[in-house]
Ligand binder design. Structure first.
Ligand code: ADP
Ligand code: MG
Length: 661
């Protein structure tokens, strides 16, 4: 990388301004691409209105007049003969050009047209006539550095640094790509848009190629023979599966097969288990932990919330009563925590369930063989691989209920294998989703009453915990009052919100599970994972405040058995967007829609923010290019050219990225 300070003509202030745009070195600067182009055709002055932007050419009619207001401020004026008219041109702070402009000098003037005075206040002046369309690159700029300035700074750097091409020759030939340096020039200094488009295509492909190369490299590399080849008889797993109180779905079974295969092979597992909310990922994770246990290793399951960790702990201890299973969360008392950490280090604990506490300081394992992360999109990248372990590289399984549009799956999880649970367990009914306005609240209360009368339970979601001064939201307390008024005499109502202490939350949750509470009012703390089969109705106030995917997750809390279930979305706004949910129960469709409406940010939490920052490629537009790059990059990794280190510079940046975890 070339330090900006070594570039002649770049002062410390400019360097600071560049840094503010995220440009840290000369290479960043040349790859700081325009995000669009302003194409200006020569204006037809007869069609212009007062104040319009104008670009016009002609010959100077007189020697320019210059007036100096101060040392820095000056004004130059002259007349321009366009062949059709004489225009008065004024331009500020270009006095230094005076000596180059005389009668008959050909000039192009860009500026604002003042119809009444037949004048132009010029923002730019170029020597020569317009031979073609003028194309101005537009950059993401700042107050300090506008597009024009950035473009100029790029030219300072170009030619002074080496710009390697990261596409191997064979591929450059295959796609007839132009030379890299030429492409960079065509993107920053466009002459005709066709050529610039070709240049952009090359640079996009290069970016995607490198990205997929890294992904494929990681994937190949993560799986080299550093895994644990456990010896486990599948008959033991079959036995367990037969003894469950339900029959696993085909997809659950094949996911278990995938995982069994990974865990018993010397390849290291790096797998994503993907399945819509309610599809039954948990049991698959428990069986994976069991395989790992039978293979002689400790296993860890990490959940994003305490409630969820507790739920997993309760269920898994029921399933495997003879194993040593512990729960470690942020609320585990110091004394208990000490015992648990000692037992983990000595190997007394077979399986540990917990929250972030599992990766906190001072937790070490004797022989951690498998790490499972539930609702993986809730965790940041940084947290993965933080588990301390003595000398073993554990196998990794991520679970996610956020279905990901295929482009993103490829980029987000390109370095992983994926198992998908596509079908719901048998007997599930579609959750009926109903859209209501606040005016129709009475209808909602009657619907709720029906469920209560049937002995079922209800979740009620409020978006905020405390009164917000500006926005009038239904908050938890108000809601509770409302619900008490309506149902207080016939059932028990509990409240759950983020500000509560963990054990208070657990108590309430426990009561809801035991049906001591029939209506649970909550903020989105229950959004992920919680499983109460007798709950058949989800009522969400101000539902427009949530992303579609979040709503789909919430809805997934009900409809967990053969009973008729309902999701009631209350909203006075954005009902068109919410309508998607009334039309489909398919998480994939919902997330596609969510993605189209809101972009990717909301969908995945943090992980994508770093990984998906492309400088010129656009995942939505360039999906086919991405597929091509994926295929080409794997072929390249397998090629003799790669093995023989023909492209050392490509190899270097690829292998540098291999320390992701
Ligand atoms: P998620 O994939 O959202 O984590 P869970 O694992 O919590 O879903 O499963 C939802 C519910 O479905 C649980 O009550 C679970 O016991 C139940 N379940 C899982 N698999 C099956 C199955 N094959 N048949 C019937 N019920 C199942
Ligand atoms: Mg789950």
């Amino acid at each position: 990388m070339t330090d900006l300070t070594t570039i002649k003509g770049l002062g410390p202030t400019t360097i600071k301004d560049l840094q503010a745009l995220g440009i840290k070195n000369a290479e960043d600067l040349v790859t700081y691409y325009p995000f669009r182009y302003e194409v200006i055709e020569k204006s037809n002055i007869n069609n212009l209105q007062d104040g319009d932007k104008i670009i016009i050419d002609g010959f100077c009619e007189n020697n320019p007049n210059v007036f100096h207001f101060s040392r820095k401020l000056n004004k130059m004026s002259f007349r321009l003969n366009t062949g059709e008219r004489l225009l008065n041109i004024t331009i500020f702070n270009r006095a230094f050009l005076k000596n180059r402009i005389a009668i008959t000098t050909p000039l192009t003037v860009i500026g604002k047209y003042d119809k009444k005075h037949n004048a132009i206040t010029a923002s730019d002046l170029k020597f020569g006539l317009i031979t073609k369309t003028v194309i101005n690159p537009v950059y993401h700029s700042s107050f300090k550095l506008n597009s024009k300035k950035i473009n100029k700074l790029v030219s300072l750097v170009l030619g002074k640094i080496n710009i390697p091409d990261y596409i191997p020759d064979s591929l450059n030939e295959k796609y007839h790509f132009m030379d890299k340096a030429a492409a960079i020039r065509a993107v920053h200094y466009p002459i005709d848009m066709d050529k610039t488009d070709l240049a952009r295509q090359k640079l996009k492909y290069e970016e995607l190629f490198i990205f997929m190369l890294k992904m494929n490299y990681l994937k190949n590399n993560k799986q080299i023979n550093i895994g644990l080849a456990r010896h486990v008889d599948y008959a033991q797993i079959d036995q367990l599966i037969h003894n469950l109180d339900f029959q696993l779905t085909q997809d659950q079974l094949s996911s278990i097969r995938d995982i069994y295969h990974d865990l018993t092979s010397p390849k290291r597992m790096n797998r994503l288990l993907q399945g819509d909310v309610g599809s039954g990922k948990t049991i698959v994770s428990f069986i994976s932990l069991y395989i790992n246990y039978l293979g002689g290793y400790q296993g860890a399951l990490m959940a994003p919330t305490e409630i969820l960790a507790q739920q997993h702990f309760n269920n898994i201890t029921k399933l495997f009563p003879t194993l040593n299973i512990a729960l470690l969360t942020g609320k585990t008392k110091a004394k208990e925590r000490r015992i648990i950490t000692t037992d983990l280090a000595s190997g007394n604990i077979d399986i540990i369930i917990g929250t972030h506490a599992l990766i906190s300081e001072g937790v070490t394992y004797k022989n951690l063989g498998l790490v499972i992360t539930d609702e993986q999109h809730r965790f940041g990248v940084n947290q993965r691989g933080n588990l301390k372990n003595k000398g073993i590289t554990p196998d990794i399984l991520y679970m996610s209920a956020t279905p990901i549009p295929r482009t993103y799956a490829l980029t987000l999880y390109g370095d992983m294998d994926i198992s998908s649970i596509k079908t719901m367990p048998q007997g599930r009914k579609r959750v009926k989703t109903i859209l209501k306005s606040n005016k129709e609240i009475k209808d909602v209360l009657y619907l709720m009453l029906d469920e209560i009368k049937k002995g079922h339970q209800i979740y009620v979601i409020a978006p905020l915990v405390e009164d917000s001064e500006k926005i009038d939201l239904e908050n938890v307390n108000q809601l509770e009052e409302k619900m008490q008024k309506a149902f207080g005499k016939i059932c028990n109502i509990g409240t759950l919100h983020g500000k509560m202490k963990a054990d208070e939350k657990d108590q309430i949750m426990e009561k809801f599970k035991n049906n001591d509470i029939q209506i649970l009012i909550s903020t989105t703390v229950i959004e992920v994972g919680v499983d109460v089969a007798n709950a058949t109705m989800m009522v969400i106030f101000d539902s427009f405040r949530f992303g579609l995917s979040a709503l789909h997750q919430l809805r997934g809390r009900v409809g967990r058995n053969a009973l008729d279930s309902y999701c009631i979305l209350i909203s006075d706004r954005e009902t068109r967007r919410l309508k998607v949910l009334t039309e489909t129960n398919d998480g994939f469709k919902v997330s596609e829609e969510d993605f189209l409406l809101r972009g990717s940010g909301d969908l995945f939490g943090q992980k994508q923010s770093g990984d998906m920052c492309f400088k010129i490629a656009d995942l939505k537009q360039d999906y086919n290019l991405l597929l091509q790059a994926k295929e080409d990059s794997q072929a390249f990794l397998d090629s003799q050219d790669y093995v023989n280190k023909k492209y050392e510079h490509i190899r270097k940046i690829v292998e540098k990225s291999s320390n992701l975890d």
